[in-house]
Structures are given as C-alpha cells and as structure tokens.
Design a protein around this ligand. Structure first.
Ligand code: LER
Ligand code: MN
Length: 270
C-alpha cells in the first residue's frame, strides 16, 4: 500500500512560481519521510502548469494520489446536490476542470463535500436525486477523460446524505459506471459504521475501493486516538489493495509534525 498526505497549493492566490516552489518543497520533504505521493486539495486546478508539475513529481518518482474538490463547495458554494440546476451545472463544470487536471497528471478526482448540503428549499429526497443525476453526468465526463471518480461516504455532521458505506455502494451500483469507485475514510467509518459489522462488510466491498483516507477518531494523526488501524488496513492488505492510503487530518501542531509522526506509525503497519 502506498502512502500520501493531503496538502493544498494555494493556487488561487499565488503566482505560478510560488505554486511550483511550494509543490517542489512538499515533494522534497515528503520524499525524505518515505511517502510515495501527495494528495492535492485544490480550488482552481486550471491555474496550475501541469507540465511543470509532472516534471517535479517525476523527479521524485512521486504520484499525485488524488485531487480533493471540497473547496468548490466551501469557497464558491457550487454543489452537485443543489436545488438550483444552474448551481449544479456550475459544480459539474468545475468537476470537468478537475478531470482535465487529473488526466494530465494521472490522478483521480474525489466526490466528497462537493455534494453540498440542502436547506429548507430542498429535501433529503430531492437532494439525493440531484446528486444522482449530477453524478451520472460527472461519470460521463470521467469516462471521456479516462479518469476515476472517488465517491466518499462522509459523516452526518458534515453532509446530509450518503453518510454510510453501504448507501454509497448502492449508489455506485445503481449508477454502474466503471469510472466510479469508492473512497473509504477511517474517520467517517469510525463515526458512521457499526463496529460489530464493519470489518466483515469492508471485506466484502474492498474491490470497489480505489482510495483511502486516514485520520484517527479525533481527526488527528493516525495512532493518536483509538481507531483500530491495524485491523482496518489489514483488510485492504489481505485483499491485495495496492492503491494509496492518504493522511487527511487536522494538521496540528503542524503539517510537518503530522507528516512525520503518521509516516513513522503507519510504516509499522502498512
Ligand atoms: C471531509 O470530512 C472529508 O473527509 C473530505 O475527504 C471530503 O472531501
Ligand atoms: Mn476524507
């Protein structure tokens, strides 16, 4: 299993040189800690020079494990489940930009917080229908680009639907696109899943999984809380999962500390 960690590049507010320097420094630092790649959480991927990003990552033999898209909802307010068709279209256009970027740097695109939340003008049923139809369109675009979409079940305190793994598996089956896979996040698994059944259920669905996020039960670095990472990761190892596990935590006391502690702890397990 390969290891990466999430970072942004501040591409919306930086010059091209600043973005490339930042990326270069991240690769250098993470390479020294034995990481295999980096997951990028981006707002405007179209602003980034992909040829130069490729040159830098290739020089470290690094991969960009996935592209996070949640800031499109947080910063622009565009979401796949929005009651307004116009806003849903805006979100889908942004997904096309992420797909173009991912195609050029050989990565995958996450469908997480970009699903949005609904308010009094909508309802759970309407939101789920909107997400479903937007996602079908995103899958068509992903198939055209030859890029995988990663659907992430997210806990109920952050998002209103598709909180559990089984609901998300059912949706993926219903949509039936070969470019739509599952992202399992240990933090959401801890909050949403029944500890009596979850390990058996994960064994059943590992073939659908194309990316993993790791955070402990307090969303701090793996190993600082009481989530059972050994059992969790062993399920994927036994199933022959050779994709990425990516650290996605609150970066405290600092990104550097979390990156170092997490890699030391996880390399004993992975
Ligand atoms: C949010 O809690 C999360 O886990 C992100 O990966 C969502 O895109
Ligand atoms: Mn996550």
């Amino acid at each position: 299993m390969k290891l990466s960690i999430v970072s942004g590049l501040n591409e919306s507010k930086s010059t091209q040189d600043e973005v490339l320097n930042h990326f270069s420094q991240l690769c250098e630092f993470l390479n020294s800690l034995n990481y295999d790649g980096i997951e990028l959480s981006l707002l405007e991927p179209e602003k980034i020079n992909t040829e130069k990003i490729n040159d830098i990552k290739d020089s470290y033999n690094f991969e960009i494990s996935a592209i996070g898209t949640g800031s499109t909802y947080i910063r622009f307010g565009y979401s796949l489940g929005h009651q307004s068709e116009h806003i849903r279209e805006k979100a889908i256009q942004r997904i096309q930009n992420y797909l173009d970027f991912a195609q050029k740097i050989q990565s995958k695109v996450i469908i997480g917080l970009i699903r949005g939340r609904f308010n009094f003008e909508s309802s759970l049923k309407k939101e789920k229908n909107n997400i479903k139809s937007s996602l079908k369109e995103c899958c068509r675009l992903a198939e055209n680009n030859g890029v995988l979409l990663l659907f992430e079940p997210i806990n109920r305190f952050e998002i209103d639907s598709y909180n559990t793994i089984s609901e998300s598996v059912n949706l993926i089956e219903e949509i039936g696109s070969k470019n739509l896979k599952l992202l399992i996040d240990s933090f959401h698994t801890y909050l949403e899943e029944d500890p009596g059944y979850i390990w058996d259920y994960l064994e059943e669905i590992t073939q659908n999984v194309a990316h993993i996020h790791l955070a402990d039960c307090t969303r701090r670095a793996p190993g600082t809380g009481h989530f059972d990472f050994r059992t969790f990761l062993n399920i994927f190892k036994k199933a022959g999962y050779d994709g990425f596990a990516s650290i996605e935590t609150i970066m405290k006391p600092s990104f550097e500390d979390v990156a170092k502690e997490s890699s030391e702890y996880l390399r004993l397990i992975l």
